[in-house]
Design a protein around this ligand. Structure first.
Ligand code: PRP
Length: 216
């Protein structure tokens, strides 16, 4: 069996569709129930749904052989995994954003709200800017509106959340996309199957990148 950790939520369906089109379908996954594990014994594949930010943990510790995680998570937590392939889906950016018209007063420590503490620290350190990090777990856009922070560092996909809350991008830190990752030890034992999956997925990436959206 190859154990594959799929990210639940908006990216998950796209990722599963890609595996299915690559030749690794598991029809029972479309059943409407609360099951988390789905197997296709004929193709020797077992999928499980996990929280997107947990995929790298399952893979790093070998509970999953492979999985799909965003580059943001890989940069933030630097798990010991192999990054096999850029799937070219789940494209977004990690950006600094603030209320419209915001001007940074460099005499003061900048208050930054984010889920991405490590990336944020590295980014501002490289700019020699003193910051006070406010670690939040969601709805980050609220922070500057309620004056909890001056800016946020957060994911921007369509830009709708920023727009609808009168915020705007100040700077882009990192372009993000979904990556196929593998457990280092399991990759050795199951290398031919994992490499097969990777090359079939690669064909799907080139097919799906035709006509893809680009962001400025
Ligand atoms: C993410 C991110 C932004 C939003 C960006 O939040 O943190 O809030 O998506 O998407 P957009 O540019 O297409 O509007 P998510 O939906 O994961 O929820 P969260 O606020 O709980 O993090």
């Amino acid at each position: 069996m190859i154990n594959i950790a799929l990210p639940k939520g908006r990216l998950g369906k796209k990722v599963y569709d890609m595996f299915a089109a690559a030749g690794y379908p598991c029809p029972s996954i479309s059943d409407t129930n609360r099951k988390l594990i789905f197997e296709n014994p004929e193709s020797g594949i077992r999928y499980f749904w996990v929280k997107p930010s947990d995929v790298a943990i399952y893979v790093e510790r070998g509970a999953a052989d492979i999985g799909v995680a965003g580059k943001d998570i890989l940069m933030e937590y630097t798990p010991e995994v192999y990054e096999l392939l850029d799937l070219n889906i789940g494209k977004c950016r990690l950006s600094v954003a603030a209320k419209k018209g915001f001007r940074d007063n460099t005499d003061k420590t900048l208050r930054v709200a984010t889920k991405f503490k490590n990336i944020t620290q590295q980014y501002y350190r490289s700019h020699c800017r003193d910051i006070d990090i406010i670690k939040l777990n969601g709805s980050i856009e609220l922070a500057p509106i309620l004056n909890l922070s001056d800016v946020i560092v957060d994911i921007v996909e369509t830009g709708t959340t920023l727009r609808e809350n009168n915020l705007e991008v100040v700077e882009t830190i990192l372009p993000i996309s979904a990556r196929l990752i593998a457990n280092k030890a399991n990759f050795k034992f199951k290398s031919s199957r994992i490499e097969d999956i990777c090359s079939h997925m690669k064909l799907q990436c080139s097919a799906s990148s035709e006509g893809e959206r680009t962001y400025d």
